[in-house]
Ligand binder design. Structure first.
Ligand code: AMP
Ligand code: MG
Length: 408
């Protein structure tokens, strides 16, 4: 059996990242991966400006703690003031440029305006008070975003703040999916609305597609494929043509009466892995030839719904991020938290237990850790990464990975 790390190392060694670049509007770039580093052509802020509504002053004029100054100008944000003469103050509004000569802003709550066009400043500001300096956030020519960055809301805001209206991004990864198992029925399609004896709903189609959408993949869904060698081979061939990766669910367990293995072997190459992970264990990884000569990657997920979901989180997500050109898909962050439960029976495999925060700084465990129990994944906030051979006693610190680290 492979360890989790060994399986990941095999996957990472195989990666061929997407290289095609497209330039798209920054407004449309959420979730995309930056193809080239971006620099700022401006200082941000571009000039010294005020953080407060108030009066711009020469701090020396106000050193005594009360000063009556002539209000010589009014500077709203977006307007450029005149030089500030000694003995004068400029009425100024948040974001407006500091006029030459002024070196501090006094907030309006510390000032009293008079009808004769003067203002009393009841504060001795240190030089620089409430002034945001030019370039304080970003200097001109500084690299603001590295190639291979996944663009989230904050990266898009940063790009926009230096005026970037469009961004070069890598094209999205194209992923084909299909589902094996003659017992599978689509919700809404059970004959007469009643699930036939022995049938189950194809829940993996929903979890898998949502996971791929979260990663920004373009999905082609071939649906449920009949359990025959010909149908499986034909679907693999069709799926390989325009896609980077084919993902299936079901039929990778040992001794399974199934056509995934012979079909992928006939259309390309396949490794059947046994990974020392629970839930999970079987994972198929290979390639399916395209008619053009190159190939699409193939990943066969286990059919059990929780195994399928977690195997995706642990192996497919990091593989896809690397394929998508993400420079540093940092491993999912884990946190040391206290177990408020006992898990007395150690397993030889690396277990990923469904657990949730209990509000007292600890973790509770879902009672039924079965690999088909999807309710555990809805109840839980994440997974405890429990090493092989490890029992857990109440009060032990465990390694907890929140789902937020594994879904996007
Ligand atoms: P398999 O990996 O094909 O041996 O399937 C293992 C278990 O997962 C069986 O109980 C299947 O019925 C179930 N299963 C397989 N495919 C799906 C699916 N698409 N949705 C939900 N359960 C599935
Ligand atoms: Mg099956």
């Amino acid at each position: 059996m492979l360890s989790v790390k060994e399986a990941l190392d095999f996957l990472f060694a195989a990666v061929r990242p997407v290289t095609e670049v497209e330039t798209i509007a920054t407004l449309a770039a959420n979730g995309r991966v930056l193809a080239a580093a971006q620099k700022s052509t401006i200082d941000v802020p571009s000039a010294d400006n005020t953080q407060m509504d108030g009066y711009a002053v020469r701090s020396g004029d106000c050193a005594s703690g009360t000063a009556r100054l002539t209000v010589s100008q009014r500077i709203p944000a977006g307007q450029v003031g005149m030089p500030l003469e000694p003995g004068c103050a400029a009425r100024i509004f948040t974001g407006a440029m500091i006029p030459p000569g002024a070196d501090a802003v006094v907030m309006q709550e510390q000032c009293a305006a008079h009808d004769d066009g003067t203002v009393t400043i009841n504060h001795a500001p240190p030089a620089g008070e409430w002034i945001r300096r030019a370039g304080e956030d970003i200097c001109q020519d500084a690299t603001i975003l590295a190639a291979g960055t996944r663009l989230r809301s904050q990266e898009l805001g940063l790009a926009a703040s230096v005026g970037l209206a469009s961004l070069p991004v890598l094209r999205r990864l194209r992923v084909a999916v299909f589902f094996t198992g003659d017992e599978l029925t689509m919700p809404g399609e059970a004959p007469g609305g009643v699930l036939a004896p022995g049938a189950i709903y194809n829940s993996n189609r929903f979890t898998l597609r949502a996971q791929l959408e979260n990663l920004g993949c373009v999905i082609t869904d071939f649906g449920i494929v009949p359990d025959t060698l010909d149908a499986t081979r034909a679907t693999l061939r069709a799926a390989a043509q325009d896609n980077d990766l084919i993902i299936t669910s079901g039929g990778v367990s040992v001794g399974e009466e199934d056509h995934i293995k012979p079909a992928v072997e006939a259309e390309g190459r396949l490794n059947m892995w046994q990974i020392a992970v629970k839930p999970g264990k079987p994972l198929a990884f290979g390639e399916v030839n395209k008619s053009a000569g190159d190939s699409a990657f193939f990943i066969g997920l286990p059919g059990n719904p929780v195994s399928s979901l977690i195997t995706f989180m642990l192996f497919v997500r990091p593989f896809i991020l690397r394929q998508q050109g993400v420079a540093d898909p940092a491993p999912a962050r884990a946190f040391a938290l206290r177990a408020d439960f006992d898990w007395p029976k150690a397993d030889r495999r690396n277990e990923f237990l469904r657990a949730r925060y209990n509000g007292e700084g600890g973790l509770d465990l879902f009672a039924n850790q079965g690999s088909g129990v999807l309710t555990s994944t809805v109840w839980a906030d994440g997974l405890i990464d429990n090493p092989p051979g490890q029992a857990i006693a109440r009060g032990d610190m465990v390694r907890f990975i929140p789902f937020s680290e594994l879904l996007y």
